[in-house]
Design a protein around this ligand. Structure first.
Ligand SMILES: Nc1ncnc2c1ncn2[C@@H]1O[C@H](COP(=O)(O)OP(=O)(O)OP(=O)(O)O)[C@@H](O)[C@H]1O
Length: 406
């Protein structure tokens, strides 16, 4: 066990106006209401595992992470932790703005109880990881750009080689280069056996990183167990929650889907999806495909740096449910693509087994770990599939046979 939540409950005192607090203190009459953010939280995170926390906004995930990190105390219950804990929560919250970057690193080391050579080692590692110049590190941190501040905060938070790492969506720190570096640092600590408690709204990341997960709903554990089971249950809940929006969203996607990928690359993009081309015997990018027709999909990616990457794409329904997704990472060897310039990958679907319906494509470029998103083009190039040959209905053709039972 690395973290044990025992009967955790957290109540927040909420005042509608700041002056109510003073009024309550002066009169002794209650002017607040109590908000129960967490109740009955009882589970263990095992040593060495990567554990995901998922749930909708306001479910209580951050509160639970803060309790795990020891930055806030539960109203009821106990938290047990084993080993050195590093939390990537409110990065840099403990920094002194007037002090230099260097002094702040020193404070952080002292906070972890480090002295002498251990402190020097911490400072060297944090400084190197931050990639900030000696001149920058001598300046007060209040003069830093937000990117520089986050670099320093991440470097200082992970330089202790923690046994337990608590991460709240911290994978999006700084520019793309630093994001990758931060992610690699988290993966490296995990490889070395650190326990990771990881909270994210990115279910793809949770699926890729975590062995087990808990879905927090209304401050309680709604489901806990193997990641795939928990994430699937949460996705089903989300689908039901948005059920009333489905038709509208589908209509919108059909009307607004651009003919070309709506890439979200920034100017610092490492790679960009340039084109997605489909082809059947009827031609290029057909608006209509027959069920059981051979279909091929080609994705063109422009890579601006000599770094490895993977291409992932999915056939998606207008309500955003994935029908089928695949990635170059899932190939037998799973080798990433590599090198600057234009890359084209093609996937062939012999006898496309989709039945009648509206479909779109989503394509993604991911780094070599398959976790960091470099570019995406979602819900593009709508097409219709028509099942003219068979009478079976549904989404997809399933191999089957009818047997008369005597
Ligand atoms: N300091 C606070 N005072 C009062 N209420 C709070 C405080 N912090 C959080 N809450 C409330 O507690 C509930 C849980 O909040 P929390 O931030 O833990 O949710 P979350 O699951 O992390 O949400 P998100 O995904 O949006 O980050 C919310 O209703 C929130 O408004």
């Amino acid at each position: 066990m690395a973290i044990r939540f025992k009967g955790i409950e957290k109540k927040y005192t909420v005042y509608s106006k700041p002056q109510d607090r003073l009024w309550e203190w002066m009169t002794g009459r209650q002017r607040h209401r109590v908000h129960v953010a967490l109740a009955g939280i009882d589970f263990d995170v095992k040593a060495g595992e990567t554990f995901g926390l998922i749930g909708e906004n306001g479910a209580g995930k951050s509160t639970l992470l803060k309790i795990a990190a020891g930055t806030i105390r539960p109203t009821l219950g106990q938290i047990e932790r084993e080993g050195r804990v590093a939390a990537l929560l409110e990065l840099g919250a403990g920094f002194h703005p007037e002090e230099s970057g260097h002094d702040n690193i020193r404070f952080m080391a002292a906070l972890h109880g480090l002295e002498g050579p251990a402190m020097e080692d911490f400072i060297v590692r944090a400084t190197a990881f931050s990639e900030l110049s000696a001149e920058t590190l001598e300046r007060p941190v209040k003069t830093y750009s937000s990117g520089m501040f986050m670099r320093l905060a991440f470097a200082a938070a992970t330089a202790i080689d923690p046994d337990v790492l608590i991460v709240d969506e911290a994978l999006s720190v700084g520019d793309l280069h630093f994001q990758k570096k931060s992610l690699n640092r988290i993966l490296e600590l995990r490889e070395r056996g650190a326990t990771v408690l990881f909270c994210s709204h990115n279910l793809y990341q949770v699926r890729s990183l975590c062995q087990r997960a808990a879905w927090i709903h209304g401050g309680r554990v709604q489901a806990i167990g193997a990641t795939e089971d928990v994430v699937t249950a949460y996705e089903a809940h989300e689908r039901r929650r948005y059920a009333h929006l489905r038709t509208e969203a589908g209509e919108e996607a059909r009307q607004e889907a651009p003919a070309k990928p709506a890439a979200v690359s920034s100017s610092t993009a490492l790679a960009k999806i340039v084109k997605l081309t489909t082809e059947t015997a009827d031609g290029i990018n057909p608006a209509q495909v027959d069920s059981f027709q051979d279909l091929s999909v080609e994705i063109e990616v422009e890579s601006y740096v000599d770094a490895p990457f993977h291409v992932l794409f999915a056939i998606v329904r207008p309500d955003k449910d994935n029908v089928f997704g695949t990635s170059t990472q899932f190939r037998v060897q799973g080798k990433p693509l590599h090198g600057t310039g234009t890359h084209r990958v093609r996937v062939r679907f012999p006898r496309l087994p989709l039945l009648s319906g509206e479909y779109l494509w989503s394509a993604y470029v991911l780094d070599d770990s398959g976790i960091q998103l470099l570019d995406m083009a979602e819900l593009i190039q709508p097409f219709t599939v028509l099942n003219q040959k068979h009478r079976e209905f549904g989404l997809s053709w399933l191999e089957h046979e009818w047997v008369q039972v005597e």
